[in-house]
Design a protein around this ligand. Structure first.
Ligand code: ACO
Length: 370
């Protein structure tokens, strides 16, 4: 009995930008980007939105359109949950999940967005699995809850909307995309064998995006004040200091872009991926030898190589998709999982590990039996 992945799909924007194209924007080279990251090209939304991509990925995962992996076609009323991971929603309200629900006509679905940075899809699967397990027949308290039997779990991002195209340390890394999986509670199959979700404090502020809401607010500590509507938000200055971005923001750097200390994130990533795989295997009572295949977050090919070395695994046990996509945050893992299905690399009974890390810091892994 458990929660099984029965469908998977992905979608990418049309525009493809090569490393050489970026030399028009920043002082970089194809050679530097290729050797330091493994990235050659990335896809960038111009006409498409986050939800446009998610819609295409979901339709493929549901078996409505060609191009996805499906055990069977899912009818709209069968989906009772949408968990949509994104750090870059098109708009704040309605949620991307609500927009997706409306477009696809998933009229029985409870739908919400969540954000765990690049680990979002792993957290999303963990949430969906927990909600299904808690409402399954026989679970303590199940009769007092919504019953969830089939969920659409999405990772969708327009990361290039929060990219600073004047910062060569970050802008060469990112791309856009969306991936989606259909998961189903099954009385016969084991499906997800274990999950491991974790947070560590990002004490060095290695990864931040200090975007702020800034509608004018006509209040000060005494009450209504029309002058206050013109003044800067005093709380924001404290958050800027807490995140270590005061100087950059005061110098005019856009606050809606990513700030990153690459080497600190790199170090955390290698450690976090190895730990998450160890922990999820221990929770399932399995060893790395039992695992057929690993689908890691795609931030830098070198991170995957180091992690593989730490796990003492050959690189061909990992699905790698970074060369023509770059890092699209929470969309990476479901898109790369979709690649693995497309390539016929996942067979019934295989044990597969999905593993990620991201800002926060978040990290985690899901181990499932296909
Ligand atoms: N082109 C040319 N030179 C560059 C570029 C570039 N695009 N970027 C940096 N450099 C230079 C630096 O300025 C530095 O020059 P200096 O020695 O003269 O100061 C030199 O290259 C080396 O820079 P490092 O930062 O040491 O390079 P490193 O090998 O660490 O690679 C990278 C940088 C690719 C960012 C790497 O650290 C990395 O991948 N980190 C992890 C990033 C990550 O995983 N992010 C995930 C989260 S993203 C999210 O959550 C949305």
């Amino acid at each position: 009995m458990g929660c099984t992945i029965i469908g998977c799909g992905k979608a990418l924007p049309a525009l493809e930008i090569a490393n050489d194209d970026l030399t028009a924007l920043v002082d970089t080279s194809d050679e530097w980007i290729t050797t330091r990251t493994g990235i050659k090209t990335r896809r960038i939304c111009v006409d498409e939105t986050n939800v446009d991509l998610a819609e295409r990925a979901a339709r493929a995962a549901l078996g409505w359109d060609e191009g996805g992996f499906n055990e069977r076609r899912i009818d709209p009323e069968e989906i009772d949950l949408i968990v949509y991971s994104t750090a870059t929603p098109d708009v704040m309200v309605p949620t991307c999940a609500a927009l997706l629900r409306r477009r696809l006509g998933l009229s029985n679905a409870v739908a919400f967005d969540m954000n765990a940075a690049c680990t979002g899809f792993i957290y999303g699967l963990g949430i969906a699995e927990s909600m299904m397990a808690a409402s399954a027949a026989g679970a303590a308290g199940a009769s007092g809850r919504n019953a969830f039997r089939r969920a659409l779990v999405v990772g969708g991002e327009r990361l290039t909307r929060i990219t600073n195209w004047e910062d060569r340390n970050t802008c060469v890394l990112f791309g856009d995309g969306a991936g989606a999986a259909v998961v189903e509670w099954s009385d016969e199959r084991a499906g997800i064998l274990a999950t491991y979700l974790r947070n560590d404090d990002d004490t060095d502020n290695a990864l931040t995006c200090p975007t702020a809401f800034d509608a004018p607010q006509p209040f000060d500590a005494q009450g209504v004040s029309l002058e206050a509507a013109q003044a800067a938000d005093p709380g924001l200055a404290r958050i800027d200091a807490e995140l270590g971005v005061t100087e950059a923001v005061e110098a005019g750097r856009p606050r809606q872009t990513l700030y990153m200390h690459g080497q600190k994130v790199f170090k955390f990533a290698v450690e976090a991926m190895g730990r998450a795989v160890d922990e999820v295997l221990e929770r399932a009572g399995l060893t790395i030898e039992d695992v057929s295949f690993i689908v890691p977050h795609q931030a830098n090919e070198r991170i995957i190589k180091y992690a593989a070395k730490r796990m003492k695994l050959p690189l061909d046990r990992f699905q790698i998709s970074i060369a023509h996509r770059g890092n699209s945050s929470s969309a990476c893992i479901p898109m790369t999982l979709s690649d693995a299905y497309d390539a016929g690399r996942i067979h019934p009974g295989d044990k597969v590990v999905l593993v990620g890390f991201g800002g926060g810091f978040t990290s985690g892994a899901v181990l499932y039996e296909a």
